[in-house]
Design a protein around this ligand. Structure first.
Ligand code: PHE
Length: 431
């Protein structure tokens, strides 16, 4: 495939030995579900943005998902050996360009170019992953960031942040664990910031994310109440808690969790942006925060969508159920039976790390051949032969369409193709 060139959104890119994007994944680029006002992902994005309309933010929803390795990883301080950089995790167009793995790839651009104090970014992001009802190689993130400049505010910086905090609305939520103290070892504050600055930026950041969570989940509760669902439970105020977290480009960093359907739901990573990252973006003497939230899992909960593949369905029975600015609960139109096939094989002996069959690569082959007909793929058995020392694996694939019944011949043909692709790509011995 050397230098054959691939076209994405009308632009041609050279390929090389790093290229691992395939037609299946490329066909999803440009669908822009986050920009569709009548799609659950777009409805959720607009619901969140609407709450921040007059609070000093610019909304960017059109950044190209093709970004440089530099923007996606290097500038954000990802170490050279970070697993996220591997070809088993990330879609490379060539050695310099990837399909973005997170909207954080655009943070430096926004810090440098945004003319309001803050910004929001939404977009499709791409990661190789397992196949099941909550994982899909494309999902959506909403990113936010905000800066205060010491250059322009000088001594007034602290009072400006204080007044920005007091401008934020009161919320009806319970913060069970605020985890407010940065921890010198696990989650250190930055040397160039005072304790007071760190405390205030953190307060503004947490309050902003609490507003977002309040907006989303309290709207969802209202919708559920209107639909008569689970009324008792939904009348309690929303409960959230803060946990420490770690990201290469923020410190201190946190994660918020929301109590929803009787468990803690991981919601949004965030932190105070490292000064190095700001300096690399040409921003001197400023302090600020950033966060990133995944939209798909939350949309699945709010709209009662049982399988992430549905978001990509072009079936009117799905699409017609959603209207701009409304949270409605999805009514399944039908459930078509799945059809299970097991694929067992011996792995090649003496494989080097590089040529080993990574689970994500197996998933990728199934996706490429079966597309959205692959409902789930699970490793169900693994053993080492006591005499030969060879390793055997068995994966169970469930083929199932969201929109129609599959016939046995079709499933058999798909499964044969998957077996053949695995055999020819990875030198495995099928059993
Ligand atoms: N980009 C991070 C992720 O994908 C989320 C994040 C954004 C964390 C901004 C900190 C600051 O998980």
């Amino acid at each position: 495939r050397l230098n054959s060139g691939i076209v994405i959104n009308g632009k041609t890119y050279l390929t090389d030995e790093w290229t691992n994007v395939r037609p299946g994944i490329l066909s999803l680029v440009g669908r822009n579900l986050h920009k569709n006002s009548n799609h659950p992902i777009g409805i959720l994005r607009e619901l969140i943005e609407s709450r921040f309309k007059n609070l000093g933010y610019t909304f960017y929803n059109d950044f190209d998902p093709v970004v440089s390795v530099h923007d996606n990883f290097d500038v954000l301080g990802f170490p050279e050996d970070h697993p996220g950089r591997s070809r088993s995790d990330t879609y490379y167009i060539n050695k310099d360009l990837v399909l973005r793995t997170h909207t954080s790839a655009h943070e430096p651009f926004c810090f440098e170019n945004c003319t309001t104090p803050g910004y929001f970014i939404s977009g499709d992001v791409y990661r190789k992953d397992e196949i099941d009802r909550t994982h899909y190689p494309v999902f959506h993130q909403l990113e936010g960031g905000r800066l205060w400049s010491r250059e322009s505010l000088g001594d007034l910086l602290v009072s400006q942040v204080e007044s920005d905090i007091s401008a934020l609305p009161e919320l009806d939520i319970i913060v069970e664990d605020d985890n407010p103290i940065f921890d010198a070892v696990q989650n250190p504050k930055q040397d160039h910031m005072s304790d007071l600055e760190t405390k205030l930026i953190t307060l503004h950041l947490k309050k902003t994310i609490e507003i977002m969570v309040d907006q989303v989940f309290n709207e969802a509760k209202k919708a559920a109440l209107e639909n008569g669902a689970n009324v008792l439970n939904f009348k309690e105020p929303l409960r959230v808690r803060w946990l420490q977290d770690k990201f290469p480009w923020t410190t201190p960093s946190w994660q918020i969790e929301v109590w929803w359907n009787n468990s803690w739901l991981e919601c949004c990573g965030c932190g105070i942006v490292k000064n190095e990252v700001l300096l690399k973006s040409g921003i001197e003497n400023s302090i600020g925060w950033a966060f990133g939230i995944g939209l798909d899992r939350i949309a699945m909960l709010l709209f009662g969508i049982p399988d992430i593949r549905l978001f990509w369905s072009s079936d009117d029975r799905f699409k017609k159920q959603f209207t701009a600015n409304q949270i409605s609960v999805f009514k399944p139109y039908s459930k078509y039976p799945g059809s299970v096939r097991d694929i067992s094989f011996w792995l090649p002996e003496n494989t080097t790390e590089a040529s080993a069959l990574h689970e994500n690569d197996l998933m990728e082959i199934v996706r490429e051949i079966a597309g959205d007909l692959a409902e789930s793929v699970k490793l169900i058995d693994e053993f080492v032969h006591p005499k030969t020392g060879k390793r055997s694996q068995c994966y169970r694939v469930n083929y199932q369409s969201m929109d129609r019944s599959l016939i046995t011949e079709e499933v058999n043909a798909l499964n044969e193709k998957v077996r053949e692709a695995l055999r020819s790509s990875y030198n495995i011995e099928l059993r």
